[in-house]
Design a protein around this ligand. Sequence first.
Ligand SMILES: [Zn+2]
Length: 685
Amino acid sequence: MKQHYSRFVKQMAAALAALLVVPTASGFPLGVSAADIPLEAKAVQPVNPVYVPQDQAQRSATLSQEMKSNTAAIEEELSKLPLSFAKRLEINRPTKALTTTYSQYFIMGTSNPSQPLTMDGQEVPRYGTKGAFGVLVKLGVGTNRFVFSQGGNSSTVEITRYQPSGQASPISKIVQSSIYPSVNDVTYAGEGKIEFQCTAPAGSRVTGSVAGIEVELTQSGTAQNGVPATYYAAVDVPSKYNVNEVTNLGKVSYNLWYNGQSSTYQSNANLYVAGENTTVRVKVNTYRANVLRDVNKSGWFLTTLNEGAVERIAQKDYWSDSGVPYFYLSCGGYIPKASVTILEGSPSISNQINGAALESSSSGETLRLSGTNSPSHRTSLTDNGLDITFFNTSLSANLPSFSDSRLVRSVTTTSEDRSVTFHINLRKSLWGYDIQYDGDDTLIFIKEPPRLSADSSQPLKGVVVVLDPGHGDIDPGALGVAGTNGATENVLNLAVATAAKMRLENMGATVYMTRSTVDGFLELDERMQFAEKYRPDFFLSVHHNSVGETVDANKTEGTEIYYHTTYSSNMAKNILSRVCENTGRKYRDAYPSYYRVTRITCAPAALVETGFVPNPAEYEKLCSISNIIKAGDGICEGILSSMPGSSSAGTTSVPTTSDSSSEEASSPKKIVISVPEIEKVEIEG
Ligand SMILES: [Zn+2]
C-alpha cells in the first residue's frame, strides 16, 4: 500500500505542478531559456566528491610562430561566419512585449558606440567599445515601460509583471502526460494491483480498461468542476497471470465523460504483469543509460549502461522528488523506467564467458570476451588500471597471455555469486577505455595514450582530436546581447572550434568536428557516438555560457570547464588556464560534472564554456575574430600541455581514482577535492 500511496502522491504532485500557472517569460525566440539555460546551469550543482590525482603543475606550453603560421587562413575562414552585429539602437531582449512574474529583468541590445544612449533620460553605461549594452531594470506589478533613446531613434520596452494566483486553470480533457503508465511499468500477481490513474476535470466520469479488465476511477478530494483532479483505481491482478513469466497487457485506455461530451485516451506505454516471485528482466533502450546511487542526488552515478544491456530488477517502484519513476536493479542502482524495455516471458540473461582474446589496433587494445549477451557492468578506476564487473556472468575461459601487450600488464579475475570482475593492471596510466557489445561478444577497449611527434613543427602528428561545437541549426543555443541579429551561441561555438581545428591541423593533428556548418545539428547521443567511432586522443565540446534573464549579466563573466572522468581533469585544467591566459578572460574553474558529452570514457573529455554571451562587454570580444583565434590557440596549448611526455605535461602519473560514477575506493594516495564554492548561476528570479 505504501508504494501505491507513494506513486499516487508524487504523480499527482507532478501532474498538478505542470498545470499550475508557472512563472514564465513569454515572447522569446526559440531556445533562449528552454534549450540552453538548464543545460548550462545544470552542472553547477556539484556532483559527489570526486577523487583526482594531486594537482598537476599547470605549465605554459605556448605555440611557436611556426605552429601559428596559418593565422591568415583561419581569419579568412572565420570571416565567412555571421559574427558582426549592427551598431545602431536595437533591443534584442525582450524582442516584444513581455508578460512575466519576475521582479527584475536584464534588457539587452546594441547601439551606436559613438553616441550617448539613454533609458528614460538616464545614460546607460556601456562597458565595451562596440555599443553592446545590457541594463537590469526593476519591475513593478502591472505594466512597466522603458524608453531607450539614441540620436533621433527611440525604442520602448514593455514588460508586464503579474502575480501568480497559484490556482490551476480549468481543463476539459484528460491530461495526456498524467496518464498511467507514461513509461513501461510492471506489476506483480499476488500482492500487486493493476492500477489506473490520470488527471481529469473535477466532476467528470472516468473509466479505464486494459486486457479486458474495466474499472471506474474515483476522483480524489473535492474541487470545483473543471479544476484538474487526480482519478485513481486499482484492481487485483487476475490469477491467470500468476505464472512464472512476464506478460505484456499492452496500453491502458481511458474514457472521459465531461460536460456531456465523451472522449478516449491511451497511455503512452505498456503495462506488464509478472507472476508472483518472478524475476523481471529489463533491457536498456537508450544509447547510454544512467544508473544512480541515489535518485535525488543528481550526478550520483553508480554506472552507465550501454544500449542493449540486460539486468534483473530487484525492486519495482522508486520516485525521485521530481516524480521520475525508477526501477532498482539487482546490480545495486536505480535506472529510470523510461530507459529500459521490460522483457516478456522468462528469458535467460545469464552469460558465460567462454573465450577471451586480446586484439590490437593503432588506437589501443581490446579484450574480446565471447559468449556474452550484453551483460550489465560497472567500472571502477584503480591505482594501476581499472576493475570491471560483469553481472549475471560467469567465466569458463582462460585469459590470453599479456606478455606482448603494449598496454596491459596483467588481468586477474574474481568471481562472486552471479558476477565476475576483471582486475586490469596497465603498463601505462589509463588514458581512456570503453565497453561495447558486438553480437555475442563484449569488448573492453583500452586506449593507447598519444605520443608527441619528434617533428617539432608538427608535434601532434598522429594525434586524433574530436571537437564538438555545441548546438546548431534550429537550436541556436544561448542568445547573446545581439539576439538573432548577431552571432548566437551556435555560431560562436563553431567559430572557436574551427579556429582550434585549423591550428591543431597545422600542428599535425587529425581533427574531426561533429558539425562544420551553422546549420549542422546532432543529438547528444549522436555526438557521443561520433566520438566513440573515432576513438580520439582528446575530446572537447565547445559552448558559450548564459545566465538567467533576472541576473545583471554585466557582472557575470569568464571561462569555465567541465569534466567527468578524473583522467580528464588534467586536460580540462590545462585548456581552461590557457584559454583564460590567451584571451584575458576571467578564470572561473574546472568542475566535475555529468554533462552527457563529458561522460565519454574513451579519452580525456571536457566541455568548455568559453564566455558569457549575455554580458555585453564579453560578448563584443567573443564576436571578435582575433579573440576567437586566441581562444582556439588556448585550446591547442591546453591539448599540447596535456600530451604525455610533453615537457609541460602533467599526465604521466597513474590516475589514482575511480571515476565519479563509481564508489570511492579507499586508497591512501587519493586526495579529495572539496567541491569549490562556486558562483551560483541563477536561472530565474
Ligand atoms: Zn551550450
